[in-house]
Ligand binder design. Sequence first.
Ligand SMILES: Cc1cc2nc3c(=O)[nH]c(=O)nc-3n(C[C@H](O)[C@H](O)[C@H](O)COP(=O)(O)O)c2cc1C
Length: 458
Amino acid sequence: MSEGIHLNLFTMNSVEHVSPGSWTVPGDQSHRYTDREYWTEVARTAERGGFDAVFFADVRGVYDVYGDDRETAVHKAVQTPANDPQLVVPAMAEVTDELGFAITRSTTYTHPYQLAREFSTLDHLTDGRVALNVVTSYLESAAENLGLAERMDKQTRYDRADEFLDVCYALWEDSWEDDAVEIDREARRYTDPEKVHAIDHEGEHFSVPGPHGCEPSPQRTPVIYQAGSSDRGREFAAANAEAVFASQPTEEGIREYMSDVKSRAADHGRDPGGLRFFIGVVPIVGETEAIAEAKHDAYRDHVDVDATLALLSGFLDMDLSELDPDQKVEHIETDAIQGTMNAFTKSQPDREWTVREVAQFCGLGTTSPTIVGTPSEVADELAYWHEEVGVHGFNVKEVVRPDSLQDFVDLVVPELRERGLLSTTDDDDGGSRGSGTLRERLHGPGNSHLRADHPAKQ
Ligand SMILES: Cc1cc2nc3c(=O)[nH]c(=O)nc-3n(C[C@H](O)[C@H](O)[C@H](O)COP(=O)(O)O)c2cc1C
């Protein structure tokens, strides 16, 4: 295996993810998100392109902060409608051998025993190819739908998330010994009960005696993805994440984020070299510069500013319809996504952004840089981030579906492969392993389980 660039396709089981309005580009097929065939095609294409995983974002609730109602979000398909991402994974796994699946789940609106069971099941069914993207959720409307009077404050959400993962780790790592399952027909003993343990968790948010209901899956604990950007969120990432998303639009911001999370990880007794950092990118590629520029222009023409502001109002928990478009964006500490706020107020201290400029920038992929060019130019840029800035991989964000993914796989991936830049699962004599867990893709063969320095193992 060579560890080069890692790739996730960052998508959502919905019409729109983070490029509001792009579903109106002629030929776009985002409306097919309800079809199984759409997702099996995505899986095949991503696997052909050497992607490590398809990474599904997910939200509960509707973006109703903008204008204090949901009209814009519903009218313009701003992450609504959206289906459950988890349920399309078995179909995608069926048509692939190596591709991983990272699924976003909220620790605020589910129970750890339930989630541990679902992920053990998926890890079995996919032969160890799942990751859990841990979020705490930011939309007030989600809280109301799920039985709470209001959204919990961020501190409480992260406290609950800490305890939530403690319970999951105990269920996944400590409850069943490796050789608990015997399947001994003569002795009529399926499992040795001495090797299945209660976890006896009693905490502030959860009481879970265990044992886990599932036998150990190939990875036991799914690969942990996380994207916290507030102080508390970074702390949570440093303690738990194996793949971390740095969501800053500038190199300076990315460098600061990585070095801060690494030093916090060391404080948690972890080897910072065990964390993998990903940034979002929006590649727009053409065989020639002119073709790429023409696509970029067409995509920009279809950006829906109103829909983008509705999306951002949810990210920031701030009604942007109340602001003058030419007003400067002032920094706030938000109870929603701090990284989105920081992107425009902190990461470039010398630059001031107006509401209009933010909406224009975010219309294609929100806070991630757009890379427009020929395959070689896009590969140059990715190589720079990888080699000079030290990011391990990219969350590739689509604009038009499925063209953005297909363009990337057909045009950029061959260029990356030719330069030997793509992370591969090939073994030393050049053959593909043809199997392996998602954690092995990130950390090499033989590393299906959490590393020994991960807090869950200590
Ligand atoms: C790349 C990226 C992807 C995210 N995906 C989701 C998501 O799918 N669903 C969600 O509820 N939150 C998502 N978030 C939000 C965060 O995981 C986190 O809960 C949020 O940013 C609030 O915490 P913070 O202020 O510490 O960042 C994402 C954030 C980033 C940067």
